[in-house]
Design a protein around this ligand. Structure first.
Ligand code: IMP
Length: 304
């Protein structure tokens, strides 16, 4: 008899809210996958392992998770050795009957090594405890920045734009965006006073551009637009230098907080009204090296 997997009768759950997990560890694992932006399906398929003479299925195996982007099934193991041995036997049988199917038996200690692929990299000692929720994973950011670069490549075709970054939050975004843009671009940076370090209440240029922008196609690259006040001031300053064109590319748009209307030509993600860190963005100079964009736990925001 030709062995073939059986599809679940209803579409498999793909979110913690929809799934009815058999074990707590499965829910924990699903949450970790969500945390790092890895798509999953819970028990989508059953693999018959043994048939009776009349064709009835007498033994079957339903791996806990399927990760479509990796084309990989994951079976979590408990610590009970007896069950692990039985699972090993079933897995061997499954591999014999379905040689093209990839299944990994995952012990708890394996979780991290699998997830390292998904950008756990810059997670410094102690920083993990301060992160509340990941809004955009490293792979999601990469995809979006790739799209933005492609769009800029089309929109600025035949021109040599100058990308102007406002330090320091824009560093990661600028580095990735320019590598995804196939144009003869130039880059320059400026530093302005922020309201954290400067109580005079006005945006000042702390370090100006090295390039003359007169007659150039300028793209102002920003990490995040919140009230819009910083950007509005910057645009006024730059416009006075008479560039040929002036547009804005912002990675994050906290639109609900907008006080001043600013034209955003390109936006990576619109985010809710929450303080975010990572991928260049800081809270008191910390968390810039997190590879994802996350909100902070309230306790972290109160720390001096
Ligand atoms: P705006 O002038 O209110 O639009 O503020 C823009 C600047 O505030 C950004 O360039 C950031 O430096 C900072 N900022 C605003 N919101 C956040 C945040 O959620 N995380 C980190 N920095 C932020």
């Amino acid at each position: 008899m030709n062995a073939r997997p059986l599809e679940a009768r209803t579409p498999p759950p793909t979110s913690v809210e929809d799934a009815r997990f058999a074990h707590e560890s499965e829910e924990e694992f699903a949450r970790i996958l969500d945390f790092y932006g890895v798509r999953w399906q819970y028990e989508p398929r059953t693999f018959p392992l043994q048939y009776a003479d009349d064709g009835r299925i007498v033994e079957a195996f339903s791996p806990d998770f399927y990760l479509p982007d990796l084309d990989l099934y994951i079976e979590l193991t408990t610590l009970k050795q007896g069950l692990v041995t039985d699972k090993h036997r079933k897995l061997r049988r499954l591999q014999e009957l379905y040689p093209g199917v990839h299944v990994k038996l995952l012990y708890k200690r394996d979780y991290l090594s699998l997830l390292t692929k998904y950008g756990i990299g810059g997670f410094g000692e102690g920083d993990g405890a301060d992160v509340r929720e990941i809004l955009h994973s490293a792979s999601e950011i990469e995809r979006r920045v790739n799209d933005l670069g492609a769009q800029l490549t089309r929109d600025y075709a035949g021109r040599a734009p100058l990308f102007v970054g406002v330090l320091k939050g824009v560093t990661c975004f600028m580095a990735d965006l320019m590598r995804h843009t196939s144009l003869p671009i130039s880059i320059d940076f400026m530093t302005i006073s922020s309201y954290e370090g400067d109580r005079s209440g006005a945006v000042r240029i702390v370090q100006d551009l090295a390039e003359d922008i007169h007659g150039r196609d300028v793209l102002l690259v920003e990490d995040i637009v919140d009230t819009g006040m910083t950007l509005a001031t910057l645009l006024t300053m730059l416009r006075a230098r008479e560039p040929a064109t002036l547009a804005v590319c912002a990675l994050l748009d906290k639109r609900v907080r907008r006080l001043v209307d600013v034209p955003l030509g390109y936006v990576g993600f619109e985010i809710p009204d929450e303080f975010v860190v990572g991928y260049g963005l800081d809270y008191r100079q910390r968390f810039r090296n997190l590879p994802f964009i996350a909100t902070l736990a309230p306790e972290a925001l109160q720390k001096k």
